[in-house]
Design a protein around this ligand. Structure first.
Ligand SMILES: NC(=O)c1ccc[n+]([C@@H]2O[C@H](COP(=O)([O-])OP(=O)(O)OC[C@H]3O[C@@H](n4cnc5c(N)ncnc54)[C@H](O)[C@@H]3O)[C@@H](O)[C@H]2O)c1
Length: 450
């Protein structure tokens, strides 16, 4: 589904008109293209405390233009405001900030950069999780980073995005995988997010094919976001198994043929779905993506039992039952990655979606509750919560609501299936065991539930 307003706002006449009337002026986001090698194409600026120095040893694998600003710890050339190159990526380590008066370092560091950011710039702030700190003032300073980063993310222009990464003790080694994602166009539609990294001892061996040797199952893979997830996992080297309902046979088999993947025709709500699935996966599974989902929207006053039951069965009960069966049967390997497709509806709530929002919030709760129990086996489980994504599902939304959904975010536009797929692929990496029990929003910093 194309967004004609973006096309118009980026035409030469439209650009002038939109600016003159004061309408939102969303830019075309830079996205990862096939064949690209470097996460950052342009200048990367490092600043702040000692964690920034931990980035230096691998920074030259991100880009060959590395600069430092406001720090002595770095051997990179100094960046001078107004004279240095435009910045494509920025990492600021704020983990040393322990008192209120030190927070001004945030203003001092970021203010001079803001007029020197390239289009679609990616900014990351590093901190320490407040709950991990014994000193209440230090915890308060680190929590302050959250308000700062979410607000600054809303002030960025020209497709700029910003995240806060709380780096746990021992998780410093996981910075490379996280920054390869959050500094690159793979995270084009993610902004204002707070992610916690923990120690993880399964490294990525080959960054050009981070999922090589991993077997991945994607449910609801015949179209939309699921098809894009399957393509992206295959691009990253995974052996992909595609699942969808028998009615989707033609699309599913066409995609499977294109990707050289296997396909499974199965309704995930069938009585014997778990045993059938286990039979289809004799060699086990390393990545499980519960993407299949449906909507049956009605206000609660008009909600039929059929609408309620169908949504809860597909969206919540099936992922619960199937994941448990795959765990109990040993089909899901140690160090597996489980990703559940939730929604910002499950965070913010949405009129007409009590059933859908309950199912998606339930998935977030499932990830949070299961993560500590699966840690011993090295298995991570996370939810990805998309905002407004351009698919057949959202194409059916009435025009006015659709336009509102698109524009009500910091990036002023809907995301693409690829944006969700990139987040799932990142969470599927061996090194992404560093993230578990979390909900990653892919929503352009939607105002809903923010
Ligand atoms: N599109 C969005 O804006 C958006 C936003 C938030 C969350 N999501 C979630 O992302 C996921 C994918 O969304 P989409 O827009 O690509 O949806 P879609 O309707 O285009 O695709 C869903 C796929 O799931 C399959 N499916 C449905 N019921 C199934 C069942 N019982 N067994 C097996 N397969 C089944 C369908 O056949 C279809 O191929 C869903 O979980 C959805 O709730 C989408």
């Amino acid at each position: 589904m194309s967004d004609r307003y973006i096309d118009f706002a980026n035409s030469s006449l439209g650009h002038r008109l939109v600016a003159a009337i004061g309408l939102p002026s969303p830019v075309r986001l830079e996205r990862w293209q096939a064949g690209r090698l470097r996460p950052v194409e342009g200048a990367l600026l490092l600043g702040g405390g000692a964690l920034a120095a931990k980035v230096l040893p691998f920074a030259n694998k991100l880009t060959d233009a590395i600069y430092s600003y406001g720090t002595d710890a770095s051997t990179a050339p100094a960046w001078i405001p107004g004279h240095g190159p435009k910045l494509k990526a920025v990492v600021f380590d704020a983990s040393d900030l322990q008192h209120t008066d030190q927070l001004k370092q945030l203003r001092e560091f970021f203010q001079p950069l803001l007029k020197n950011l390239d289009n679609s710039a990616h900014l990351v702030i590093l901190g320490r999780a407040p709950e991990s700190l014994g000193d209440p003032f230090a915890a308060s300073a680190q929590r302050a980073l959250e308000g700062f980063s979410r607000s600054l993310a809303k002030e960025l222009r020209n497709g700029g995005v910003l995240q806060l990464l709380y780096v746990g003790e021992g998780a410093e080694d996981q910075l490379e995988g996280a920054l390869r994602f959050f500094l690159s166009p793979k995270s084009a539609y993610i902004s204002g997010q707070v992610i916690r990294l923990q120690a993880c001892d399964t490294p990525v061996e080959d960054w050009t094919r981070p999922l090589a040797g991993r077997k991945a199952l994607v449910t609801g893979a015949a179209r939309g976001i699921g098809a894009s997830i399957a393509e992206t996992l295959a691009r990253d080297g995974a052996e992909v198994i595609l699942l969808d309902v028998p009615q989707a046979k033609t699309d599913l088999e066409a995609l499977a043929a294109r990707l050289g993947a296997r396909s499974v025709l199965l309704d995930i709500c069938a009585e014997d779905a778990a045993s059938q699935l286990i039979e289809h996966l004799p060699d086990g599974l390393d990545i499980l993506v519960h993407n299949a989902g449906i909507t049956r929207d009605k206000t609660l006053a008009n909600m039929t039992p059929e609408y309620w039951d169908a949504v809860l069965a597909v969206n919540l009960n099936a992922p619960q039952v199937l994941t448990k069966a795959l765990l109990d049967s040993g089909t899901l390997h140690d160090n597996a990655r489980v990703v559940l497709l939730a929604s910002i509806s499950g965070i913010a709530g949405n009129r007409g979606q009590t059933n859908y929002a309950a199912s998606k919030a339930g998935l977030i709760g499932l990830a949070q509750a299961w993560a500590p129990l699966l840690k011993e086996r090295g298995i991570s489980i996370n939810a990805v919560a998309p905002g407004f994504i351009e698919t057949q599902m959202t194409a059916h939304i009435p025009f006015a609501l659709r336009e509102t959904g698109r524009r009500m975010s910091s990036l002023g536009q809907g995301g693409l299936p690829q944006d969700v797929a990139e987040a799932v692929a990142w969470l599927g990496q061996p090194g992404s065991g560093a993230v578990s029990g979390q909900a990653l929003r892919v929503c352009g910093q939607s105002l809903l539930g923010a």
